[in-house]
Structure formats: C-alpha cells, structure tokens
Design a protein around this ligand. Sequence first.
Ligand SMILES: [Fe+2]
Length: 159
Amino acid sequence: MDRRTFLKSAVAGSVAAGFAGSAFAAGYYYPVQVDQSLFAGINRAKDPAHKSGLEKSHAPVLTAPAAVKAGEPFTVDVAVGETLHVMMTNHWIGFIELSIGNEPVGKVDLTPKGYLKPKVAFTVVIPKEAAPSGKVTLVAKQQCNLHGLWEGSLDIAVS
Ligand SMILES: [Fe+2]
C-alpha cells in the first residue's frame, strides 16, 4: 500500500467511525418512540374512578386533611401515581409542583440517579385571605420525560 492509498483509507475509516459514534449516541439518548399527543397539553385522568394503566402511574395523587385551619401548617403529600412511577435513567419524573388554585407555591426537581421515589411532602400554610369562600383547590403537576405533563387536584375546606 502506498502512502496516498493509506491516507485515503485512514480518512474514510475515521469518517465512518464518527458517523457510527453519532448514531450510537442518538440511539442511547432517544431509545423510545414517544406518543407526541401526550406532549400537546396537560394530561389528566379522564375518569378518576376508572383510571387506565398510564393514568394510574402518572396522574399525581394528593393526600391532605379534608379540612384545615387558616394560618396553621399542614402536610400535602404528592405521589406520582397510585402505583409509584419508575425513576430510571431513560424514564423518570423531572419535577413535582404544587399550586393553590392557579398560584404556584412550590416545586421539587428530581434526578433519575436511583436515590429518589417520585413522592414529596409539602408543608403548606393557607392564609385566611387566600380562601375567602372557605375552600381551596390544591393542584399538583408532574413532568415525565416520556409521557408529558400531568395534573391532579384535591379540594379542601379552610376555616
Ligand atoms: Fe412515564
């Protein structure tokens, strides 16, 4: 093999290796086809009494006292799903957010490194002026990297 032929084959081999590396990287980071309709808006359980499998593992479930006193702290637990969602390197919950009505009050970012389950506890205090009708709606949202943004809610009385 002369020098010219050697250089040509070496360059062609490097280019081919580069393309193969890019294809491998794309396959590693995007291994799953997603349902794009889940990313078109906010997803909710259509019939909370009869959730589908996807809804059971994605619709946030809020747990809080049915009635609370204004100005006194209480705990709101938010779990991602009746059956807790997985936290794997290719499928995970990115954040869990709590709002009172349409006002965001807190957000927890999660990383898929195996330390966390997608369930958080918020300590909440509702001032009297935030509940003029004697009740509020607690709203939780969560983001799944493969299944989009999901919302769940719970009405509680405030006296
Ligand atoms: Fe998911």
